[in-house]
Design a binder for this molecule. Structure first.
Ligand code: ADP
Ligand code: ASP
Ligand code: MG
Length: 596
């Protein structure tokens, strides 16, 4: 007999008929000998309807009252599903998050789960009942017993957390698509179902816009090695498995409050190449990286951002022994990259082989903007200047001066309580069966903030991102310009980054207050952007992938505004109205579309 936690999303319980169909499926599962805990979301779009009601009353409702309101949606569906099970003669009981004992921290609207008391659940399961649990909600442990919610889409997280706490055999997420597809089938009907995906890849996809799973659910499954599968509540097809490496043993206390950083990684075998003042037009990145790929050179970090006078800087790192060839390619291509066809000013090539890449890694940093800020602060206190920053959901990498590498790694190990001094950067096994690109995602809810003329000295990134972290704003892509400009005898750089659109105005207001302190220039906000990303564990040591991505966009005349990469993803920011087209062409370019 297996103990299984199943979760049914909003569409799956969106009507009386759907609730009855789900009840039938549950009953059949029990008859096959399984013990079931079933987590449900609110019916259909009812959470959105509640949000809308609140907005009609207040433009800035209190988070506590929002939790009070939104948690009612799930209470409706658990009761109805239990009744439907009773009608089928299946013993069942519905329980709210508080009744189950899903204890969370006191952060309304984004609470993390601290622990789940499984006594009551076990009692009902032992009595042969199906326990139907309200997803996305919990309760604080203080005597006030405040109702909290986990954040939109959080029922997936409730389900995996329950599975882990109950030591269930597996967790099944039932939804309105057949599983995890190569991209959102609503935007690209040719998207294909995947049989499996690694938790690392899914974490990236989920946080880059593939809302089929809540990223925190993937994080918990990965941390505890819980078998997780996503499948359709309409069919009996096997769906998609999310695979996790064998986890280190962990305690269930502070379930979602795990140590943020598992390791500090350094790589001193890198060199940096930058092309400055290249024209801001489609095809430039494609040309450059095609030429690099033709030489079979592996590129690691790539960072591009637009700067003053509508020209771009592209910077990338390569292994030191590849620097000479890469430099030759960059010099060969530079004359063709004139900003103004009539001008004689060419793109400038800048190289630096005295750099090191230093990174903090760990699934516990997801949704905790304070961790990156802590890294920047630690480096600043050690007097280390940051030359390039690249962020992913589970890693923050900084390029620094090689001479400061030991100092930096020592400071970071101390700050994040990592005992082993430094680990080498893992070049994950890119075995032949791992596809270079597993999936493609589009995020249309981001905004780009840019700050010009930021003084180039240690501590500035820490100040900026520390301030945003204090406001609980997660920052995604962070890019610093490579060129520096002297203002009032001080070297300055431009910094651009993306945040969720909802946070953009708050972030801009906070930075405007900070601006006089750090002495930076203007702060601009652009909400008309979209971020297209490719994700795949196999792109490591696969030089052609970036070139192929940029070429697909260039072929459609889509201009790339920003580029940022991590080991397993490449993201490009493009104009919002070109986002869907970009997603479609990139999906096709990597051969992910169904053959018809
Ligand atoms: P639920 O209510 O079941 O939690 P969601 O709407 O949260 O459902 O998630 C399912 C939706 O996620 C799908 O209908 C699909 O449009 C969207 N989606 C986005 N990216 C992907 C992807 N890569 N694979 C599958 N679905 C995706
Ligand atoms: N009902 C909540 C939402 O719509 C939680 C969930 O469905 O996962 O966000
Ligand atoms: Mg969902």
């Amino acid at each position: 007999m297996a103990l299984v936690v199943q979760k049914y999303g909003g569409t799956s319980v969106g009507s009386v008929e759907r609730i009855q169909a789900v009840a039938q499926r549950i009953k059949t599962n029990v008859q096959q000998g399984n013990s079931l805990v079933v987590v449900v979301s609110a019916m259909g779009k009812s959470t959105d309807t509640l949000v809308n009601l609140a907005q009609q009353i207040s433009s800035n409702p209190s988070r506590r009252e929002m939790d009070m309101l939104l948690s009612t949606g799930e209470q409706v569906s658990i009761a109805l599903l239990s009744m439907a099970l009773h009608e089928l003669g299946q013993p069942a009981i519905s329980l709210t998050g508080a009744q189950v004992g899903i204890v969370t921290e006191a952060a309304h609207s984004r609470a993390r789960i601290l622990e789940i008391d499984t006594k009551r659940l076990s009692r009902h399961l032992n009595q042969g009942e199906v326990v139907v649990v309200a997803g996305f909600q919990g309760v604080t442990c203080r005597q006030d017993l405040e109702i909290t919610t986990l954040g939109r889409g959080g029922s997936d997280t409730s389900a995996v957390a329950l599975a882990v706490s109950l030591k269930a055999n597996r967790c099944e997420i039932y939804t309105d698509v057949p599983g995890i597809l190569t991209t959102d089938p609503r935007l690209v009907p040719e998207a294909q179902l995947m049989a499996e995906i690694t938790a690392d890849e899914m974490l990236e996809l989920a946080s880059l816009g593939a809302k089929v799973l809540h990223p925190r659910a993937v994080e918990i499954a990965r941390n505890f090695g819980m078998p997780l599968v996503v499948l359709s509540s309409w069919s009996d097809d096997p769906g998609t498995k999310v695979t996790s490496p064998l986890p280190k043993p962990r305690s269930l206390d502070g379930l979602e409050i795990t140590k943020a950083v598992d390791g500090v990684e350094i790589d001193t075998n890198q060199a940096k190449l930058a092309l400055l003042r290249i024209p801001d037009r489609p095809g430039v990145a494609a040309n450059l990286f095609n030429a690099i790929a033709e030489q079979q050179l592996d590129v690691d970090l790539i960072i591009q951002s637009i700067h003053e006078a509508n020209t771009n800087d592209i910077a990338f790192t390569v292994a030191q022994d590849a620097l000479q060839k890469a430099e030759a390619v960059a010099h060969a291509i530079a004359p063709a990259l004139r900003h103004n066809p009539k001008s004689t000013e060419e793109a400038e090539v800048m190289i630096d082989n005295k750099i090191a890449k230093i990174a903090i890694a760990g699934a516990g940093m997801i949704g905790r903007p304070g961790i990156a800020a802590q890294m920047f602060r630690t480096l600043a206190r050690a007097g280390v200047n940051i030359q390039m920053i690249s962020t992913s959901e589970v890693k923050v990498s900084c390029v620094i001066d090689q001479a400061q590498c030991d100092l930096a790694s020592h400071a970071l190990c101390k700050a994040f309580e990592i005992d082993s001094s430094t680990l080498p950067i893992t070049t994950s096994s890119s075995s032949s069966e791992v596809p270079a690109v597993r999936g493609v995602a589009l995020d249309r809810d981001q905004a780009c903030l840019a700050i010009v003329h930021v003084p180039d000295r240690p501590g500035i990134a820490a100040q900026i991102f520390g301030l945003l972290a204090d406001k609980n704003i997660s920052v995604d892509t962070i890019i610093q310009s490579q060129r520096s400009r002297i203002i009032n005898e001080l070297a300055t750089r431009d910094i651009a980054f993306t945040v969720a659109q909802d946070d953009a105005q708050i972030a801009a207001a906070a930075l405007n207050e900070l601006a006089p302190d750090i002495g930076c220039g203007e702060i601009t906000v652009d909400t008309a952007i979209a971020k297209v990303s490719i994700v795949g564990a196999g792109m490591v040591r696969n030089p052609g992938v970036a070139a192929q991505f940029f070429s697909a966009l260039a072929a459609e005349n889509i201009n790339i505004q920003m580029i940022t990469t991590s080991e397993i993803k490449i993201s490009c920011v493009v104009a919002e109205n070109q986002g869907v087209k970009a997603l479609q062409v990139v999906h096709t370019a990597f051969g992910l579309s169904k053959k018809v």
